[in-house]
Design a protein around this ligand. Structure first.
Ligand code: FE2
Length: 380
């Protein structure tokens, strides 16, 4: 930001939201190209019949479809690079990411490699990427927000490190948000992806000094996630799924403007070392991170506590970290980093890496090595 009380926003993604929105995919893609690479995970979309359904919708519209279904839950640099050169060889017009954050993130990296012909590590260091092959994002989880952000995160397995690709040209051109696609999601993945969405909205509000657009998106996302996360996980009814799909989009829009903070800085490092679910990692860290940030963000912390209490119908009087804990305690999943198989004596490597992460540097309160240790120990 140039000076206090100035703000800016940029949201180039066209969101098409509806139950059954995936059915308009063929017509929408045909407006921007005649051939696609459909990027998705290794098993679940195929098993659920979603890959076949999407291929049929595209082919009926006259779009030529190629499928790249090799994406890991924490996508690796080499997998994204291979997909990028595959798309380049095929000379496809459009890249579609179908799945959770991993598939949509990968579609962005694949488009960057396919367009430029550069290796993924070169692409990630490129400060000004050109206009890329159009990206269409179709989320099947409600959490990552990748459908409306320019951010993608990839794992360097050799360095055991996650790093992010960000460019104004990696925003999806279209996000097709169809809550019905999230219906098959298990209670565990509904819970942890929803925790990610809530963490995005909360970190976005805490990070910036003044941005009413971010506030509007993030506040609504907190209300929706607080109201619907538990019922989406336990009942999975249409109203809850719809509420969480919208929370994910709004929270994604918010972080696309201002980035994330310490929960994501440490969560990225944990994910690089342990190959764990991103939403679980950031969600388990969030209460302690809120407590850490509250002395310099008192008013915003109170706002967050009030929004969660209103959405979840809690009695007032909770602090922000207590309200988050209370909400997560009602989810039918194990809690804490221990539940992900992480032990205290394995954390040294995480601490050093977390200090260097962009999200840690973006945190509103300056973070020391000791602070990261403290957050991690209290989140076990
Ligand atoms: Fe996240």
């Amino acid at each position: 930001m140039i000076e206090k009380n100035c703000w800016q926003s940029y949201m180039p993604t066209r969101v098409i939201y509806a139950n059954g929105a995936v059915n308009v995919l063929g017509g929408e893609v045909l407006k921007i190209g005649k051939s696609v690479l459909l990027v998705t995970g290794r098993t679940s979309m195929r098993k659920l019949g979603i890959t076949e359904r999407v291929c049929t919708i595209l082919e009926k519209a006259g779009v030529k479809v190629n499928v790249y279904e090799k994406i890991e839950s924490n996508p690796r640099l080499e997998t994204v690079e291979e997909g990028g050169f595959y798309a380049r060889d095929l000379n496809v017009d459009v890249i579609i990411g179908l799945g959770g954050g991993s598939a949509m993130d990968s579609a962005k990296g694949i488009s960057a490699v396919a367009t430029t012909g550069k290796k993924i590590e070169e692409v990630m260091q490129e400060p000004n990427l050109p206009i890329l092959k159009p990206i269409v994002a179709i989320p099947t989880t409600s959490g990552t927000g990748s459908e409306v952000t320019h951010i993608s995160v990839f794992t360097d397995v050799k360095k055991m490190r996650k790093s992010a690709l960000r460019s104004t040209n990696t925003f999806p051109q279209i996000a097709l948000v169809d809550p019905e696609l999230t219906y098959p999601l298990s209670p565990y993945f509904t819970a942890v992806t929803g925790m990610d969405a809530l963490t995005h909205a909360i970190e976005a509000i805490l990070i910036h000094d003044f941005n009413p657009v971010v506030d509007a998106w993030a506040e609504k996302a907190i209300l929706l996630a607080s109201k619907y996360l538990v019922s989406a996980t336990t009942i999975g009814d249409a109203e809850s799924r719809a509420g969480m799909a919208q929370a994910s989009v709004l929270a994604g829009m918010a972080i696309s403007q201002v980035g994330t903070g310490l929960a994501h800085g440490i969560g990225m490092s944990l994910g690089g070392v342990f190959d764990i679910d991103h939403g679980a990692a950031v969600g388990f860290l969030l209460p302690k991170v809120l407590e850490f940030n509250s002395p310099i963000r008192e008013q915003k912390s109170r706002l967050i506590a009030n929004l969660i209490s209103e959405g979840a119908n809690f009695s007032s009087g909770y602090s922000a970290d207590e309200a988050v804990k209370q909400l997560f305690n009602t989810l039918p999943i194990q809690r804490g980093l221990n539940s992900l198989g992480i032990k205290e004596d394995q954390l040294e490597m995480v601490v050093g890496d977390a200090l260097t992460q962009g999200a840690t540097k973006n945190n509103p309160r300056m973070v020391s090595r000791e602070d990261i240790w403290s957050v991690l120990k209290c989140s076990l």
